[in-house]
Design a protein. Structure first.
Length: 256
């Protein structure tokens, strides 16, 4: 039985998929919330000799879309940076902040530092885990083949801190470069809805933005109560197409 698709109750956004022109998915989100569209326009007012308004000539429209993902998504972040996410399995250089105690005056770093790295400084930790006394290689300790050996007179029960870089293939990496900018692609949102006259009937809506330019401007709050990942962008037209489509909205009856 066909349902009334003209009036619907929107439940939530199920998914957002961002793809390139060949429909290769760049990122997919399943925690989208606060989706909104803002349409503006430009017009030219026509007046008579006395300044009386006769009409407005419509010149252009602009459509902006914004939303939040409820959790951080690094595929989205890479697209906002205009770069590619380095996936697990590819070797990257990652920082390590290591807290350690000495065994017979020495400590072997694990994971091992990047080959050729010299550990130049080690810090003793205060009782509140802040950095205390600084120890310098060659004066207070020696370093060779990943092993720190203290030569200074230190408390054998003291905790120490060292920071260095190591290579790993169990990490992802995203680089934000000043000459790379947010990507353009096809953005499709899938929306769960219900027939206003039959709440037991599921409907699926689709907001399709064929040319969606992600914005380079966004706030990213790290940790705390706000774990949302905000994103926004503008709908552009295929300038060479006749219909100048900016977006499509399609509502599908689940019992079709």
């Amino acid at each position: 039985m066909a349902h009334n698709l003209n009036n619907i109750i929107v439940d939530r956004v199920l998914r957002g998929v961002f793809a390139d022109k060949d429909d290769n998915v760049i990122f997919s989100l399943n925690q989208v919330q606060d989706l909104s569209m803002n349409q503006t326009s430009e017009s030219q007012e026509v007046t008579d000799a006395l300044g009386v308004s006769i009409m407005e000539l419509m010149r252009s429209k602009a459509l902006e879309v914004s939303a939040n993902n409820a959790i951080y998504d690094f595929g989205l972040l890479a697209a906002q940076y205009g770069t590619e996410k380095v996936e697990i399995g590819t070797t990257v250089v990652a920082p390590t902040m290591k807290t350690f105690t000495l065994t017979e005056g020495s400590y072997t770093l694990d994971p091992a530092p990047v080959e050729g790295t010299e550990i130049k400084t080690v810090y003793e930790l205060n009782g509140d885990s802040t950095l205390g006394t600084k120890y310098v290689v060659g004066t207070d300790f020696s370093y060779a083949d990943g092993k720190i050996t203290m030569t200074a007179d230190v408390d054998e029960n003291a905790e120490f801190f060292v920071m260095y870089e190591h290579e790993t293939d169990s990490a992802i990496e995203i680089v934000n470069s000043s000459n790379q900018f947010a990507k353009m692609g096809k953005m499709t949102f899938e929306i769960l809805a219900y027939d206003v006259c039959d709440p037991e009937t599921k409907l699926f809506g689709y907001l399709i933005l064929p040319r969606f330019q992600l914005s380079n401007d966004f706030d990213w709050s790290i940790g705390g109560d706000n774990q949302q990942h905000a994103f926004s962008g503008k709908a552009h037209v295929d300038y060479c197409a006749k219909d100048k489509e900016m977006c499509r909205i399609v509502i599908v009856d689940d019992e079709e």
